[in-house]
Design a protein around this ligand. Structure first.
Ligand SMILES: [Zn+2]
Length: 684
């Protein structure tokens, strides 16, 4: 091996390991920036030596050129489906059935069961040869599936190579056994609910099609001919079975199989349980059902398996379902009710969105009064009308949605819904751009949009003005005290006191919070402006390149596009925003009010900054700074802050009531300093 090959191999191991810490264990030990640095180095080496690129390189997770169609894959071992149970009686009947098939001397009370969540995603089979992912296939009809290898490679929690390689240090050596010659790992690709909601929020903002549920979104992404699109979808993976294995450890039970998968570096649900007591199994199921809404992913049931592989074999398969496993399906979370009225909401960017006002209905223990209708196109396609009886679905944290009307129950005098031609808030005519499904109100003075803009401006990730909720925003706008977001900084005590519900204390608190927000860093101010496509991450990148509002406002599309991570759409959107005279006025008003218009970073080059090259970890409560402030302080002086202690940490910044990081730092002999000492390091 040449030294370049060695370095490439080392980088891949390190990156794979850190991706595993991040995506599978949710416990990263290096910063995002450090991770990007490793990735950039690998990318540069591979660019210079393209002959060294292999499919298992982490750089290959970005997707490959689109396919015309998927190749078919015959599963070496069929992917069976499961029999269903809908209540405890069904479960007991299953137990009785298998009891009759057990060998002499063995009764059902000798059985051990493994209880697993039933993920609502897409079942896939991953084949690894000598530890390298060589094929990923969908379940299909169980006998024949589709080859979606390129797509599954982009799913970050699917290891490209197993076991996830330790980089040699003792801390990492615990990770895995040696890889079997060949193994087929089965599991579910799914979309976490939070990621699903975020995806739909972005789709809505762009006026694009919304996904009905996380399952559809995940399935659509996996069965996408262009894997570069799959790569942009927030997919995750849980392994739950071994299809077959050649070589490797001897595995005698499902419980051992899950443990083996975990040690190879696969994500396995932390919620899997094992029990010898069937009543306890039923208890677990009931508890699951109650917790269903609080899970970060959608589960549509629980799978119960006989643990012992020898007994599994003996019980066998009937039809295409194994006798030794059963799926307890949770009750459907749909209900029918009357759709009383279709109303329209106006978003921050002026997008009009329809929603349904329902006759209140109980779904899974929650009263639902309103439901999403996605967008006008979807509404028209399904021909949902006021007065219809509709199917409403509610699942997890997903907003309840109208699935479809029940046509048989439609009143004879019903009429198709008419697209509004005027904004329901300001009454101005609406606009429908040809290439979008969205309908907009383009009136810059539209009160509904202003409420959303103010709500966003004061929100946690933006200017973070405490106590400034949507109710107050509506009240101030109705009273004519706020016409744009900058007016927030010109509110007076007398004005607030003239409003209903404002006593002196409340007014003073609000004014103090507004005053405090003036010192928010520039990236927060840029975020708060609500420029389309510019969230907190993009704002940070913009400010890093243009450290003052004026330079940013005068940047050209070309200059913005030159920033790593900024694409043409965002660049154009930023230029468009600053080109509007109204927006320039808002900026001037914010400036006059004393809102920060410059980044804090010192002008000195990075190497001249006192903390350059040093890595800090913060633990405990500091005397005068919050953690975010301390982080900003360190970064402003050229240092770096990571979330956990490792050999690469230079200093632990210690506050009161420190966590486990203190012991870790002491054991590694890392220097420990307090806030005062930190300040001394930068010269006061
Ligand atoms: Zn309007």
């Amino acid at each position: 091996m040449t030294s370049i090959e060695q370095r490439i191999a080392q980088l891949r191991d390190e990156i794979n390991y850190h991706a595993y810490r991040y995506y599978t264990l949710d416990d990263p030990i290096i910063s995002d920036a450090e991770y990007d640095r490793l990735m950039n180095e690998l990318r540069a080496l591979e660019e210079a030596h393209p002959e060294l690129i292999t499919p298992d390189s982490p750089t290959q997770r970005v997707g490959a050129p689109p396919l015309d169609q998927f190749e078919k894959v015959i599963h070496p071992v069929p992917m069976t489906s499961l029999g269903n149970a809908f209540n405890d009686d069904d479960m007991r009947a299953w137990l009785t059935r298998i009891g009759r098939l057990l060998p002499e001397g063995v009764t059902t009370s000798d059985l051990t069961f493994v209880v697993e969540p039933k993920f609502d995603g897409l079942a896939v089979a991953l084949t690894y040869e000598n530890g390298v992912l060589v094929r990923g296939a969908t379940r299909g009809n169980g006998i024949e599936g589709e080859d979606v290898t390129a797509n599954l490679r982009t799913v970050k929690s699917i290891p490209l190579r197993i076991p996830v390689s330790p980089d040699g240090s003792a801390e990492l050596a615990e990770v895995g056994p040696s890889p079997p010659a060949r193994i087929e790992v089965r599991g579910e690709v799914y979309m976490p609910i939070a990621a699903f909601n975020e995806l739909n929020r972005r789709q809505a903002e762009k006026g694009e099609k919304l996904y009905a549920n996380p399952r559809n979104a995940a399935a659509g992404a996996v069965r996408q001919l262009d894997s570069r699109i799959t790569a942009r979808r927030p997919l995750a993976f849980f392994a739950y079975a071994i299809g077959y294995v050649e070589g490797g450890e001897e595995i005698r039970s499902q419980w051992e199989a899950l443990d083996y998968l975990r040690r190879l570096g696969f994500p396995v649900s932390p919620d899997v349980r094992r029990s010898r007591d069937f009543d306890e199994v039923l208890d677990l199921i009931h508890r699951w059902m109650e917790r269903r809404d609080s899970l970060p992913y959608e589960a549509d049931g629980v799978v119960v398996k006989v643990d012992d592989f020898a007994l599994q074999e003996l019980l066998g398969v009937v039809g295409n379902a194994p006798r030794w496993a059963i799926a307890y399906k949770f009750p459907a979370r749909e209900a029918t009710t009357r759709l009383l009225k279709i109303e329209v909401n106006v978003g921050r960017t002026g997008v009009l969105t329809p929603y349904a006002v329902l006759k209140p209905v109980n779904i899974g223990g929650v009263t639902v009064r309103q439901a999403s209708l996605h967008n006008f196109e979807d509404l028209a396609r399904k021909d949902i009308r006021e007065g219809d009886t509709v199917v409403v679905k509610r699942a997890g944290d997903v907003i309840p949605q109208v699935v479809k009307p029940i046509l048989e129950l439609r009143p004879p005098d019903s009429k198709p819904y008419q697209l509004p031609d005027r904004c329901p808030s300001c009454g101005e005519p609406v606009v429908k751009p040809e290439d979008e499904v969205a309908v907009y109100c383009v009136n810059a003075a539209c009160p509904a949009q202003l409420v959303r803009r103010v709500e966003y401006f004061v929100s946690r990730g933006a200017m973070d003005i405490e106590g400034f909720g949507v109710k107050i925003a509506e009240q101030l706008i109705r009273a004519g005290l706020i016409r744009d977001v900058a007016d927030i900084y010109y509110l007076t005590r007398d004005q607030l006191l003239s409003l209903e519900g404002f006593a002196e204390k409340k007014a003073d608190n609000l004014l103090a919070a507004i005053e405090a927000s003036k010192s928010q860093p520039l990236e927060r101010v840029v975020t708060a402006l609500g420029i389309r496509g510019v969230g907190s991450v993009v704002a940070k990148m913009l400010v890093a390149a243009f450290p003052s509002m004026d330079t940013l406002a005068n940047a050209t599309v070309e200059e913005l596009e030159a920033i790593e991570g900024i694409g043409p759409h965002i660049a154009q959107s930023v230029v468009d925003w600053f080109s509007r005279p109204r927006h320039r006025q808002v900026i001037e008003k914010l400036r006059r009010a004393g809102v920060r218009m410059e980044a804090e970073v010192t002008a000195a080059p990075p190497s001249a900054r006192p903390l350059a090259g040093l890595t800090f970890v913060i633990t405990g409560t500091l005397p005068t700074m919050t953690r975010d402030e301390a982080k900003a302080f360190i970064e402003a002086h050229g240092g770096k802050v990571t979330s956990s202690v490792s050999k690469k940490t230079d200093y632990l910044l210690l506050g009161e009531n420190p966590g486990s990081k203190l012991a870790k730092a002491q054991s590694l002999g890392i220097k420990i300093i307090n806030e005062e000492e930190l300040k001394e390091m930068v010269g006061g």
